[in-house]
Write a protein that binds this ligand. Structure first.
Ligand code: GPW
Length: 835
């Protein structure tokens, strides 16, 4: 029997092949062992879930071997570690991704087959961890993949929500939400580290006194103390040994707590407190790009940040380092302002727990943190009512006052007398009620500030962070987002991956720029044929799933016109609907018209409290019901609302797209990342000059991109001139017809009330300039249809889109963060025993 031998502490140790081996035989043995010893089953009575668990544990064993090697290597080398703080991680299913990164997909396929089970069937069993809302959480997941792939020592910190993003169901055309009980069948990918736990205080008040050395001290007397327990998930890089940790915190009641209450005989109080503690990591807030101002949300943010910083300080000190050198050990990235309370918490830990003086504590803090901003939408900039904030974090409120005072003293000298500037830079906002501006806290406490696409970073400097840019321009830079080609190409589109690799080898998977080598085949009719054949097969597969989920039969030969993302007015799904209605009307008026058949595919969740977003879903499904059942049009137009958009479903949708809808109002979408995934998979983009669309168009070439709409500058100008949507409504016949139909109940069984708010909002307010862009959008869509008729030209454009997407690998983004902001290097990991 095969055995691997490794050296450990100079002794030869045998590692059982069934726990580490990558051969088909070793994998088979591992699965059967786990089935027996972990699940307690023999093959004849094992369920699908038993097999899924047995397989996953077999994979996890192999990850753990790499993980321990990585940890060892990091500690030995004293390398700077990246710490990514994010309230969200939208990871998607682990199993298949880990098989790919381990490089054993084929082997596992064979192993399962020889055991008489189907690998895909087991992969499909996994319930994805939906610990995020949308782009921001998914970006964090892509970055974790790239950090490991680039062999960068890193820890991701976040919250282990017991319930992730809700599951969306469509009933009677409306969104209904169901809880996401993702842990119900167990989670083989995490390891509970019960011994790794920290206490976090909440509420109460602060006592001040002077200690024996004449030093002012603060003593925070909390109303409640909770305990955070670490749950680690291994994140393996692609075909490297680097395996980093994603460390998520679960909140619990500290042992001491119930004890006190039990002794005082108040059992109910004890139970209630336990529930309150466990509540903190219970559920993800389902709002995307909106602040909710709820106490529990602030508690969540502080809870995970405090656990994470205590954990980092522990790691740092255990290495025998001085607290003053914390920033040499860690570079901490703030994923938007959700973890920005870290700046005040770091000060509290250094001052109150580690006895540093203010200036020393502030020096360490401001050399530790860097802040990424992800939005320009004013309603998404986080603020906290000052009183509410003080009731949860009384000590931090004091610290923020002090940080603000010292900072504004400095500002006042520089901008002498400019009250406008002083109040815009202040962390505390004044109004009917005072409030804390988290973006300002993040800016003052960070050594670097970045936006997520060139246009976004530019607009940040000109608008929301204008005064910050004037004050400290050296802090600002751009880091255009990227996505991991491992999940978004190799995993989700294996056929395209095989076709590409057949021509240019497999190097592109780690060096996405090498996709350039495909350009030489863009005009090759044979290659074009194979390329479009893959696209067709992916459309056929999606068509089957659409039929199964929605009952709608779609034609795989039609153009798959896809808009998938969170539902939001600024993303303008309703502009897409107006085009759809326009095509419908043209067909009805001229049934013989020669029209390129289109399948409109929408997917995305609306925040449960966002009325207008929910109404947009109802509009899509209502128009769909009419169009899909009208024999005059339904062989040329189909409308699908694909329910419960998540990572799993995204992986199936992107490969089938012909057209990618990226139609946000210019200046509103910070970057977008779906735009990148779709283009990588050979979709052509119709889009505005917004977010990363600008850069995508730059690299694919303007002739391979369908551009429409006002620019960000024109949008601002139009608003300043006093934009009047009504004039657009009145002057465009097709637009007016579409809107009148919606209003009159044409799509809603003559119910003329249901879309009233939506219609009135459009014709009288239209905050996102839907009507202003309608004409240009429809004209551009006409060009898209014409282009789709020429199959060879379309194939060529599609190939060139993929070939030129190298820039948008998250590997490139992470390399830029490493070089420019974090100043960290790769640390190749050798398996224990290798050298
Ligand atoms: F408002 N983004 C998101 F900036 O998905 F915090 N959720 C959010 O709450 C925010 C931003 C926030 C998205 C941006 O909308 C998108 O344009 C960007 O590509 C993505 O973050 C990653 O940077």
């Amino acid at each position: 029997e095969e055995k691997e031998t490794v050296k450990s502490e100079n002794k030869e140790v045998l590692i059982q092949d069934a726990r580490t081996g990558l051969t088909v035989e070793a994998l088979k043995k591992a699965i059967l062992n786990n089935l027996f010893y972990v699940q307690g089953k023999y093959p004849e009575i094992a369920t699908r879930n038993d097999y899924y668990m047995a397989l996953s544990f077999a994979v996890r064993d192999r990850l753990l071997q790499r993980w321990t090697s990585s940890v060892k290597q990091y500690l030995e080398g004293k390398n700077r570690v990246v710490s990514y703080l994010s309230a969200e991680y939208l990871l998607g299913p682990h199993l298949a991704n880990n098989l790919i990164n381990l490089g054993i997909y084929k082997e596992m396929e064979q192993a399962t087959q020889e055991l008489g089970v189907n690998l895909q069937w087991l992969i499909d069993k996994e319930v994805e961890p939906g610990l995020g809302n949308g782009g921001l959480g998914r970006l964090a997941a892509c970055y974790m993949d790239s950090l490991a792939t680039l062999e960068v020592p890193a820890i991701g910190y976040g919250i282990r929500y017991q319930f992730g993003i809700f599951e969306q169901d469509i009933r009677d055309g409306w969104q209904v939400e169901d809880t996401d009980n993702w842990l119900r069948r167990g989670n083989p990918w995490e390891i509970a580290r019960r011994e790794l736990n920290y206490e976090v205080k909440l509420g109460g008040y602060v006592q001040h006194y002077m200690d024996r050395d004449g030093r002012y001290r603060s003593n925070w007397m909390p109303e409640l103390t909770v305990k955070g327990v670490a749950y680690d998930t291994p994140i393996l890089g692609y075909k490297v040994n680097t395996c980093n940790a994603l460390r998520l915190w679960k909140s619990e009641a500290p042992k001491s707590f119930d004890f006190q209450s039990f002794n005082s005989g108040d059992y109910n109080h004890a139970v209630n407190q336990k529930i309150i503690c466990e509540n903190i990591s219970k559920v993800l807030y389902p709002n995307d790009e909106t602040i909710s101002g709820k106490i529990l949300r602030l508690q969540q943010q502080y809870f995970f940040v405090s656990c994470s910083l205590q954990d980092m300080i522990g790691i740092h000190l255990r290495q025998g380092e001085k607290i003053e050198d914390f920033n040499v050990t860690f570079a901490v990235q703030l994923n938007d302002t959700h973890p920005a309370i870290a700046i005040a918490e770091m000060m509290r830990l250094l001052l109150d727990e580690h006895d540093l003086e203010w200036v020393d504590a502030w020096r360490v803090t401001t050399r530790t943190f860097a802040y990424t901003n992800h939005t320009l939408l004013p309603e998404a900039l986080e603020t906290w009512d000052l009183e509410l904030f003080g009731s949860v974090l009384p000590r931090h409120l004091e610290l923020i006052y002090e940080i603000n005072k010292r900072f504004l003293d400095e500002v006042t000298i520089k901008v002498y007398g400019d009250h406008q500037k002083i109040s815009s830079l202040s962390i505390i906002g004044e109004g009917p009620r005072k409030f804390i501006k988290m973006a300002n806290l993040a800016c003052v406490g960070s050594f670097a500030i970045n936006g997520v696409a060139a246009l976004h970073s530019d607009l940040l400097k000109k608008t929301v962070l204008k005064d910050w840019y004037a004050y400290s321009p050296e802090k600002f830079s751009n880091k255009t987002n990227g996505v991991t080609p491992r999940r978004w190409m190799v995993l989700s589109n294996p056929k395209l991956t095989a076709l590409i690799s057949e021509k240019i080898g497999e190097n592109w998977i780690k060096h996405l720029d090498e996709l350039k080598n495909l350009e030489q085949y863009a005009d090759d009719p044979e290659f074009q044929k194979s390329w479009m054949q893959v696209k067709l097969e992916m459309k056929q597969e999606l068509a089957k799933r659409i039929l199964g989920k929605t009952g709608v039969k779609v034609d795989p030969e039609s153009m798959f016109d896809i808009q998938v993302k969170r539902i939001h007015e600024y993303k303008r799904q309703h502009l897409n609907v107006l085009h759809l209605i326009t095509l419908y009307n043209r067909l009805k008026q001229n049934p013989k018209m020669d029209m390129v058949p289109r399948t409109f595919i929408f997917a995305g969740k609306a925040a449960p409290g966002y009325k207008m977003a929910k109404l947009i879903i109802k509009l899509i499904t209502s128009v769909g019901d009419l169009v899909n059942n009208d024999p005059d049009v339904n062989h040329r137009l189909k409308v699908v609302f694909y329910p419960n958009y998540n990572v799993t479903n995204a992986q199936r949708i992107y490969p089938a797209a012909d057209l990618s809808e990226q139609i946000s109002t210019a200046g509103k979408e910070a970057s977008g990342t779906g735009n990148m995934k779709l283009s990588m998979n050979g979709a052509l983009t119709i889009g505005t000059l917004d977010g990363a669309n600008v850069e995508i168009r730059e690299v694919v070439g303007e002739e391979n991109f369908f551009l429409f709409g006002l620019t960000a500058e024109e949008v601002t100008q139009k608003r300043n001139e006093g934009y009047d949507p009504y004039t657009y409504y009145k002057s465009n016949k097709e637009l007016k017809l579409a809107i009148d139909q919606i209003a009159s109940g044409y799509f809603s069984h003559l119910d003329d009330k249901i879309f009233k708010d939506l219609v009135n909002n459009l014709i009288y307010h239209d905050p996102f300039l839907v009507l202003a862009d309608y004409e240009s959008y429809v004209a551009c869509q006409d060009k898209v249809s014409e282009a789709f008729r020429d199959k060879a030209a379309w194939a060529r454009m599609s190939i060139l889109n993929t070939a030129r997407m190298g820039k948008f690998s998250s590997d490139r983004s992470i390399r830029e963060y490493c070089d420019d902001i974090w100043k960290v290097k790769s640390v190749p990991v050798h398996l224990n025993g290798d050298s």
